[in-house]
Design a protein around this ligand. Sequence first.
Ligand SMILES: Cc1cc2nc3c(=O)[nH]c(=O)nc-3n(C[C@H](O)[C@H](O)[C@H](O)COP(=O)(O)OP(=O)(O)OC[C@H]3O[C@@H](n4cnc5c(N)ncnc54)[C@H](O)[C@@H]3O)c2cc1C
Length: 258
Amino acid sequence: MYFKTIDFSKFSSIKVGSPIEVLMIEREDTLPVDRLIIGHANNLLVSNNPPPLMMLSKDFSFIELEKDILTIGCATPTGKILSFAKKNNLAGFEFVSKLPGSLGGMIAMNAGVKSYEVFNILDAVKINGIWKKREEIEYGYRFSKLGGVATEVRFKVKYGFSKELLNELINLRSNQPKTASAGSAFKNPKDDYAGRLIEAVGLKGVSKGAMQWSEVHANFLVNHGGGTFEEAKYLIDLVQEKVFKTFEVSLKEEIQVL
Ligand SMILES: Cc1cc2nc3c(=O)[nH]c(=O)nc-3n(C[C@H](O)[C@H](O)[C@H](O)COP(=O)(O)OP(=O)(O)OC[C@H]3O[C@@H](n4cnc5c(N)ncnc54)[C@H](O)[C@@H]3O)c2cc1C
């Protein structure tokens, strides 16, 4: 293991944060228990004072296909997984397109689009060195209880990559802002949409400094450049407070605030 200084104002997709020392985990290492694992910071809002962090090194970025069993390391970027699936005609990975991050982050968030979620297609996850079958892991809409660090994931292979589905899912993205963000800020409450509620309380387009509830899609907290953690947190708290006052709905953050 070794330390690497990561500037979260550059590395994170929302471009908020500062340079922080992150412990990089290599294959032979024993996993530390006193550090929080992060992936590629596409769903994070990192303060200037986060808990001690660790990240999987390139040792965990690999894709192996052997006898219809696909094993992928958790540091593998989603873009590489999509290219591999296309090239090898594998079905089920189409939704990964335009879903930025690493496989580890996807597993922890049970990332997905519409009814397509990563837990639908996986077979087992290696957590803290032990393989766990999907049935042994609790998961649901944008969460999973891993109870440790995921390092590898096994998928049962199905053939038939669908270009039609890929295009359909890419088209769904047309209502998403291109400005820096961490994806959806809040999870959708049951039978409703966080974006609708944010709009209904009049906060769509509202900004604080360089941070703003996007005018394109209200549930995206966007950074127009140089936005700070404090500005972002102010806007998150404001939405939670107003939505609760108006609708008695507690919006849960999808974005992980560290
Ligand atoms: C423009 C944009 C669009 C997006 N669209 C979608 C979407 O449609 N659907 C969707 O679900 N998400 C979406 N996201 C959010 C993001 O892409 C996903 O949550 C992604 O899976 C995050 O991966 P990451 O590697 O960046 O994880 P990070 O953001 O670094 O971490 C996310 C969480 O995963 C945990 N984690 C990371 N690695 C591991 C590991 N190895 N073991 C255990 N826990 C780990 C972290 O502790 C943290 O809690 C979007 C983001 C952006 C910027």
